[in-house]
Design a protein around this ligand. Structure first.
Ligand code: SAM
Length: 310
């Protein structure tokens, strides 16, 4: 423990490395983001990052060709990094300038996001036009989650982070997973802009979640299950990481006949019925709660909730 603290302090006790910690506390960043903000060469920045990661005050998360750096959520290294970052005076000229540059490069992310949305907007608009008002679906999702603060939230198939933006404020910590790196980059940008520093995203497959058993108090799956080859396996995996007393909320379509969604939007299932979902939840060791249907438009959206009981 003492050794870990000393290692973390030694690694942080250098001007550029302190600036890196100050930046990564605000957003998950790549080497090229940091090169652009700090105006130093890539090999230099990479060396600093390596030292910080080895000392446990920063974590590196590789997604395909990209490595992302952020402060660790837990452990001595994470606590130490946060303490150090909190001590950085907000009126320090250098630190303020770094944050300004971060803000300005994030505008570049924003335009990437806008391009991505333009490409997909048509598909999403089409889906939305088929079901109840999005605001009503969002309100029902919020109401289906346990009352009060949520200690740890997992959003499976987070996409652009819609659910994290919606529920994030109520969660003490929240993580979204998705298999699409492109979607996750959009999510990162959205979370940064919303100031949701305690929310993060990771690339992961819903069938093999990189988390220990019983890690989350609440899990959401919003419009994801109809893409799953094996929805039963996806629910079993969600059930595995749900803590005792925790709640899973699934939002998806009720069985429908709009065949063209298979072709046009790669839907694997044309919705689900209550009994099917409830039996998969039971098989996952969960206790199903009464479902809720939101009619409106051609497709009905349902919310299926289930709890893990002792
Ligand atoms: C229609 S989007 C919904 C996104 C988000 N939940 C929302 O409410 O806006 C479905 C998402 O599921 C993700 N997805 C599909 N199969 C997945 C899998 N096997 N593991 C993780 N994510 C997956 C897709 O990449 C996509 O981002």
């Amino acid at each position: 423990m003492m050794e870990e603290i000393l290692k973390g302090l030694r690694a942080s006790a250098e001007a550029t490395r302190l600036r890196i910690l100050g930046l990564c506390a605000h957003a998950e960043l790549t080497v090229s983001d940091l090169v652009e903000i700090l105006g130093q060469s890539q090999p230099r920045i990479s060396r600093h990052l390596k030292l910080l990661v080895e000392a446990g005050v920063l974590v590196r998360n590789q997604e395909g060709p990209w490595a992302w750096y952020r402060l660790p959520e837990e452990g001595t290294g994470g606590e130490l990094a946060r303490l150090i970052v909190d001590l950085l005076p907000s009126d320090d000229r250098q630190h303020a300038q770094d944050l300004k540059r971060l803000q300005s490069i994030s505008e570049g992310w924003t335009s990437r996001v806008a391009d991505f949305f333009r490409q997909h907007a048509g598909d999403w608009e089409q889906i939305r036009s088929l079901h109840a008002d999005q605001a009503a679906v969002d309100a029902a999702l919020l109401a289906a989650l346990p009352d009060g603060p949520i200690e740890s939230l997992l959003d499976i198939g987070t996409g652009a982070g819609h659910v994290l933006s919606l529920v994030g404020k109520r969660a003490q910590s929240a993580i979204g997973v998705d298999r699409s790196r492109e979607m996750l980059n959009v999510a990162r940008s959205n979370l940064f802009r919303a100031g949701l520093r305690h929310c993060q995203v990771r690339q992961a497959d819903m069938f093999a979640l990189p988390f220990e058993d019983a890690s989350f108090g609440a899990i959401t799956m919003n419009m994801v299950l109809h893409f799953a080859d094996r929805p039963d396996a996806a629910l079993a995996e969600a059930g595995r990481v749900l803590a005792i007393g925790g709640r899973l909320v699934i939002v998806d379509f009720v069985t429908h006949h709009r065949e063209q969604l298979r072709e046009e939007q790669a839907h694997r299932w044309l919705g689900f019925d209550d009994a099917q979902i409830q039996s998969w939840c039971r098989a996952a060791g969960l206790y199903p709660l009464p479902p809720q249907h939101l009619a409106g438009g051609e497709l009905t959206v349902a919310l299926w909730s289930a709890e893990r009981r002792a």
